[in-house]
Design a protein around this ligand. Structure first.
Ligand SMILES: Cc1cc2nc3c(=O)[nH]c(=O)nc-3n(C[C@H](O)[C@H](O)[C@H](O)COP(=O)(O)OP(=O)(O)OC[C@H]3O[C@@H](n4cnc5c(N)ncnc54)[C@H](O)[C@@H]3O)c2cc1C
Length: 452
C-alpha cells in the first residue's frame, strides 16, 4: 500500500504524542521542530553555574491526566513521575498558619468532600458553602452549559455567595493554578471541567503528579526514540515557513532554509500565532482561522532561587495572600537525581499579566519577601543566586470569549489538522489538553486513511 506522507509541525507534548500514536500504527511520520531541542513550552536545561537541572516552569499534573499517563506509558517513562497517593497540599495563609487540603481514603467524590470538610482555613459554614458551590457548578455544567460558558469564575463566586475567605484560600488558588488566569477573567465553564475531572471522579484522579527528573527528561528523548524505532523521523532545528496548497489541499511544506517536503496530511501542533504565519492569506481569511487571531495569551513567571540551606521539608507549599503562589523544593522533588544545592527552590506565579513587565530584580525582591514572610527558616538563609524565567505566552488566556474561539482538530482544509493545548478539548491549556488534541488529530488521520 502507498504510504501517505504525514508531516507534524511542532515537537511539544501535542506534536510528540500525535507522532507516537501514528508511528505506533505503522504510519510513516516526519516531525519537524523549529528549535534545536524538543519540548516546546515544557522543557528543562542544565544551569551552567550550579549544574542543577532547571525546568522552564514547575509542571504539575493530576491523576486525571489519563491520556498523558497513557502516552508516558507508551514511551516507557511513567515511572519518572512522583505520584501522590491522595491529593495532599499544604496551604500557608501567613507564617505558622498552615492548613492541609487532603482528600480522604473514600471513593470519589466523598474523598474531596471529606477533604474540604477538614480544611482548616475555612469555618464550618464556609466549608459547607464551598461544597454547595461545587455542586452548583457541576449542576450548571450539565443543565445550563451556555449560561456557564458566558460566566467568569468571579461572577460564579458572586452568584453563589462565596465569601472573601473561601475565595482567597480555596477558589482563587484553585482557579489560578489550573486555569492560569485571574478569577475576574477566567471562564467558570473551564473551572467546572477541572472540578468534574479532578475531584468528582476517582480518588486517584485528584492526586498531584510531578516529574522527579528534569521536564525534558520526562518525555522528549523517549518519545523521539519511540517514533524512530517505529520508522518515523524527528528533525529539530527545522523551521517550517509555510504550507503550500494545490486546489484547496496542502501539497507540501516549505522550510525556512528553502527546502521542501511533500505532504499528504499535516498536523500543525504549534501555538496560534505560529499557525497563522504558516497559512497563505486566502486560507487565513477563512472564518475558521480568522477567529484564532483573536486568542490572547496569559503569562506564567517562574523564579528559581538557590539559598545556602534547605528551609522547608515539604516538596511543595501553596501560599495564600502573597504575590507568590507556589513554592517547590527542588531538592526533595529531584530526590534521586539530587539537586546539588540543598536550598534550591522554584516559585510559580500564574495568571501574571500585571507582573510580566516588571524588572527581574523587582520580581525577585517580591518573591524573597514572600518567602521570608511565610517560611521563618528562610529569614536567616543567604541567597546565592537566582534565575527569573518569564513565559509571556505560557498559555492562551482562558476567558469565556477566547474559550469560545478555540478551534477543533479538524479544519476547513481537508488534509490539515490542528493540535496543541489551545485546541477545543474542553480543558484548560494543560499538558493533558495538548496530548488529547495530538492524539485526536492522529486518530482522525488514521480514520481518513483507513476509509480512503
Ligand atoms: C511556565 C509554564 C508552566 C506550566 N505549568 C503547567 C502545569 O503545571 N501543568 C500543565 O498541565 N501544564 C502546564 N503548562 C502548560 C504546558 O506547558 C503546555 O500546555 C504544553 O507544554 C503545550 O504543549 P503543545 O505541544 O501544545 O505546545 P508547545 O509546547 O508550544 O509546542 C509547540 C512547538 O512547535 C514549535 N514550532 C512553532 N512554530 C514552528 C514552526 N514554524 N516550525 C517548526 N516548529 C515550530 C515550537 O518551537 C514548539 O516546540 C505550563 C506552561 C508554562 C509555560
Amino acid at each position: 500500500m502507498h504510504q501517505p506522507d504525514i508531516v507534524i509541525i511542532g515537537g511539544g507534548f501535542a506534536g510528540l504524542s500525535a507522532a507516537v500514536a501514528l508511528a505506533e500504527r505503522g504510519l510513516g511520520v516526519t516531525l519537524l521542530e523549529a528549535k534545536p531541542t524538543l519540548g516546546g513550552r515544557a522543557y528543562s536545561f542544565e544551569d551552567a553555574e550550579s549544574g542543577d537541572l532547571v525546568d522552564n516552569g514547575q509542571h504539575v499534573m493530576m491523576g486525571c491526566y489519563h491520556e498523558t499517563l497513557d502516552f508516558l506509558d507508551k514511551i516507557g517513562t511513567r515511572d519518572r513521575l512522583i505520584v501522590q497517593r491522595d491529593l495532599e497540599i499544604e496551604v500557608l495563609d501567613g507564617p505558622g498558619r498552615p492548613a492541609l487540603l487532603k482528600t480522604a481514603a473514600l471513593p470519589g467524590p466523598f474523598h474531596i468532600a471529606a477533604g474540604v470538610m477538614r480544611y482548616k482555613h475555612l469555618s464550618l459554614r464556609e466549608r459547607l458553602g464551598v461544597l454547595s458551590a461545587g455542586l452548583r457548578l457541576l449542576h450548571m455544567r450539565r443543565f445550563a452549559p451556555d449560561q456557564l460558558r458566558r460566566m467568569t469564575v468571579a461572577e460564579f463566586m458572586t452568584a453563589t455567595a462565596q465569601g472573601e475567605q473561601a475565595r482567597r484560600t480555596f477558589w482563587h488558588p484553585l482557579a489560578v493554578a489550573t486555569l492560569n488566569e485571574q478569577p475576574e477573567l477566567a471562564s467558570a465553564a473551564l473551572l467546572a471541567q477541572v472540578l468534574k475531572r479532578a475531584f468528582f471522579a476517582r480518588r486517584a484522579d485528584s492526586a498531584f503528579l510531578y516529574p522527579r527528573v528534569g521536564l525534558s527528561d520526562l518525555y522528549c528523548a523517549a518519545a523521539r526514540e519511540f517514533i524512530e524505532r517505529h520508522g518515523g523521523q524527528v528533525a529539530s532545528h527545522r523551521i517550517v515557513d509555510r504550507l503550500e496548497f494545490t486546489d484547496g489541499l496542502i501539497s507540501g511544506i516549505r522550510l525556512r532554509d528553502g527546502t521542501g517536503l511533500r505532504a499528504s496530511y499535516v498536523i500543525a501542533a504549534v501555538p496560534p500565532p505560529q499557525l497563522c504565519r504558516l497559512l497563505p492569506d486566502t486560507i487565513a481569511r477563512d472564518q475558521f482561522f480568522a477567529r484564532i487571531e483573536g486568542l490572547k495569551s496569559s503569562p506564567i513567571i517562574c523564579l528559581h532561587v538557590w539559598l545556602d540551606r534547605e528551609v522547608t521539608n515539604s516538596a511543595f507549599v501553596g501560599f495564600v495572600g502573597t504575590v507568590t503562589q507556589w513554592l517547590f523544593n527542588k531538592r526533595r522533588i529531584f530526590r534521586r537525581h539530587g539537586a546539588r544545592h540543598p536550598g534550591y527552590l522554584s516559585f510559580v506565579i500564574s495568571g501574571a499579566s500585571e507582573l510580566a513587565d516588571l524588572p527581574n530584580d523587582e520580581l525577585l525582591k517580591m518573591v524573597m519577601s514572600d518567602l521570608r514572610a511565610m517560611v521563618p527558616a528562610a529569614r536567616s538563609a543567604r541567597l546565592i543566586k537566582a534565575l527569573v524565567l518569564k513565559e509571556k505566552h505560557a498559555t492562551f488566556a482562558p476567558d469565556p470569549v477566547s474559550d469560545a474561539a478555540r478551534p477543533t482538530v479538524k479544519t476547513v482544509v481537508p488534509n490539515l489538522y490542528l493540535a496543541g493545548d489551545w485546541i477545543q478539548t474542553g480543558l484548560p491549556a494543560t499538558i493533558e489538553s495538548a496530548v488529547i488534541a495530538g492524539r485526536s488529530a492522529a486518530a482522525a488521520i488514521q480514520r481518513r486513511i483507513t476509509n480512503s
